[in-house]
Design a protein around this ligand. Sequence first.
Ligand SMILES: Nc1ncnc2c1ncn2[C@@H]1O[C@H](COP(=O)(O)OP(=O)(O)O)[C@@H](O)[C@H]1O
Ligand SMILES: [Mg+2]
Length: 650
Amino acid sequence: MAWGGWGGGGGMFGGRATAPGLPFGGIPSELMEGATQILKTEPEHAPSNITFTQRPNAKERQRLTLPKLLRVYPGWVVSGSFLAILISLVMQVGPLLTAYAIDHGMGGTSRHFHSQRSLTVIFVCAVLYLGSALVSVWLQKMQVDVTGKLSSRVMHDLRIRVFTHFQRLSLDFFTDEKSGVLMSRMTSDIENLQQFIQDGISSFAIQGLTMIVITVVLFSLNVTLAAWTIFLVVPILFALSIWFHSASERGYLLVRDRIANVLADLSESLYGIRVVTSNNRQHRNIRNHRHVVGAYRDANLYTGRVNSVYGPATIMVGILAQALLLLIGGHMVLNGQLTLGYLVAFFLYLNRFFSPIQLLTQQYTALQQGRSSIIRLRELVETQPSVDEVEDALVLPTIEGRITFEHVSFGYLPGKLVLHDIDLEIAPGESVAFVGPTGAGKSTMAKLANRFYDPTEGRVLLDGIDIRSVTLRSLRSQLGVVPQEAFLFAGSIRTNLSFGRTGITDEDIEEAIDVVGLRELVERLPQGLDTEVHERGQTLAAGERQLLALARAFLARPRVLILDEATSSLDLRSETVIEHALDRLLEGRSAILIAHRLTTAQRADRIVVIDHGGIVEMGTPSELLRAGGAYASMYEAWLASGGRDATQPE
Ligand SMILES: Nc1ncnc2c1ncn2[C@@H]1O[C@H](COP(=O)(O)OP(=O)(O)O)[C@@H](O)[C@H]1O
Ligand SMILES: [Mg+2]
């Protein structure tokens, strides 16, 4: 009956009532017609089946080459090639028709000058000429269509493949590579390749085929004349092209390197604009930029010069060939060895033989760009993550939370250790604060526990299991990391908190907001939890972002929590809120707390003092204060600088 309720139109939707994306809420009868229209044009969406595995599957492990990328779409490749062949054949009909019209319509065969004049022949040839031109235009349209589709699909696949690979790579890759460079893989490299597939391949194919077709036609028209012209011209062209190849290759490499410098300089300057302005570094920045832009200009001038020699030189060779043709061909016509029509056809073909060479020159840069783009993209997707899963990685069972550093040494750069032989065991449920001077290695310890890096020597264990032997997914699902720089994604606060996790209810989110003390903020915001925060969360204060990051970690309910200066941007009042929040957050969890505020460190079960990549002191807060060692003097300095004394009641 519910279906009949709106004007009997329900039957139309009967078949789709359970279709995904259409939760049935009843469609008012006046909107029925529109809805039916929309449904007709709406494609059937396959259910999304995106999965991510750390280890690439067989398809993703394939070597990245253009043929392999294209092979996925055999239909389009075949029809595109077929069209290219047809185009290069049909385009060469014109001169033959002209020759026929001259010889048989205008009496070009000098011996039968009068018997061979016929307007009909001329007319038919002209119509056929027009027809062949129309056919070739139509074929070209089809061909552009096919290659357009092909290149869009291939680029789509490639973008996803590269992006997926980014998700697999380890932290060191992203810290070592300039982000501008990584961006350019996804922008200019992929676009170069798209351009190449769309225009480059087909014009190379068509122009190459055209030269072959013309050579064949010329030889079949008159072997002697064809031999003279082709064999005199081709060696000169060949020598010129070899020179051009190496010169333009050099120019191209220069241009490529220097534009990369321009982009890197640009992105760094824009990204750091606040620092630049506040330090009055504008003039130095401009000077730098003039430098890289100037180098780029010089490289462009060089390639310009190379092109300006090669282009006109080939034109010269073309003219030389025509002069030769006039001399030899004219002589042959006089001797009756060649008809006038054929001579004209030779001239027309010779022009057409040279114009592809001109075009190839222009396309050559596109070819080089396409080729080097695919090489760089291949290097990128073949980069092995430095932190990877072993072949038969286990799924880490739910852990109690014992964290063990066993003789751990580590260096970011080979031969330069920043952690030396660390031995540390954190019991399930225990919270341990790492304190020590900047650069001591605290964050590095945290990164090893989370397997952002693997130790150079020694092992990190969770519940006695080497974390290198388990899947990254199962490992990280039990570890919560809150870094100093809280990162928010474009979207609402709500989506930022649940962050794609399933099974998080509104009540959970409200609870998390209360726990971290963000209630006031959420109530102040115009749309509450649904307020959009901008990319990188720049619209919120740093402290607010940190609190959101803590709430996110609270919602993830990890077994082990790692806070790396996660409360450093909070003012004193939020600090007291956060200390209560921390108690809730740490309940029953093992935790590593890195805090420069010793008030926070004091709340930990145990304090580990780290300096110069080693543990110098370790014990409960009161033990360490009594012992009067490194921690005790740090604490004294902290109090002297106005820190709140956590050993006294508030
Ligand atoms: N990605 C990196 N590459 C090279 N060296 C690094 C990198 N990150 C940190 N370091 C160096 O490692 C040492 C320890 O750093 P870190 O663990 O971040 O210190 P902190 O105790 O202040 O957290 C420092 O000397 C730092 O310069
Ligand atoms: Mg640090």
